[in-house]
Design a protein around this ligand. Sequence first.
Ligand code: NAP
Length: 256
Amino acid sequence: MSQLSGKFGIVFGVANKRSIAWAIAQAWHKAGAKLAFTYQGERLKENVEELAGTFGPDTLLMPCDVTKDEDIARVFSEVGQKFGKLHLLLHSVAFAPKDALEGQFVNTSREAFRIAHDVSAYSLIALARGAAPLMTEGGSIVGMTYYGSEKVVPHYNVMGVAKAALEASTRYLAYDLGPQKIRVNCISAGPVNTLAARGIAGFTDMLKHYEAHAPLKRNVLPDELGATGTFLASDGAAAITGQVIYVDCGYQIMGM
Ligand code: NAP
């Protein structure tokens, strides 16, 4: 029997075929999970429709801006109607205004700070709250984070602070939801060439830097993030919660 057969999941954050969310969704699907998808706006609908459609014509696909409580409520109501229950949730969503990802962190505006935290960190709390009542058989919530939460990565700026909030939220959610057998973890991925990543000034240099300095002398592959996502979703990770798992070819252990 496949690792995730009989499990229902929802995936937030597929923008296109390069999205980390798509790599993890494909792995979850391959492991036997039945998935629903959300997309932020009409702009992305066609992309996500095409990708999600490869899992079957009846794949549930819903618009959801994670900064809107009414969108989140509608999504979980539709998931409840279609699946009746939920086991897996992938949070692979982040955003900060472009000018906050260039130049100096000291110049971060109040509004850029608010937006980055609302979209990239608070949303995990709101989505976990929406999903928990449907996770009646327990569940696994997985978020995506990055090392800029614990060390200074030039240009990552306010997103690093938002990722620190996301990781701390992961721990508090794990504590709250543990009694319901709902686990909450983050994957801290090394750099992957996606739409969001290209918004970070100097991203190409980051890829080269990891290749040169990570113990494995290469960058992480999307399939490898999919495999870790599947492990965290599976019973093999039944005793793992509140953790940040680095999938970065070992870069995080280096001091120099
Ligand atoms: P991506 O393909 O651009 O995915 C980011 C997703 O977030 C997009 O689908 C985007 O939709 C969505 N999003 C932004 N604002 C939203 C909102 N208000 N409501 C709903 N969705 C919203 O890039 P990615 O690299 O795969 O990013 C996925 C996650 O991995 C993020 O949390 C990112 O920080 C994390 N991560 C990425 C890397 C990397 O190097 N790529 C490394 C570590 C962690 P729109 O396109 O419409 O904005």
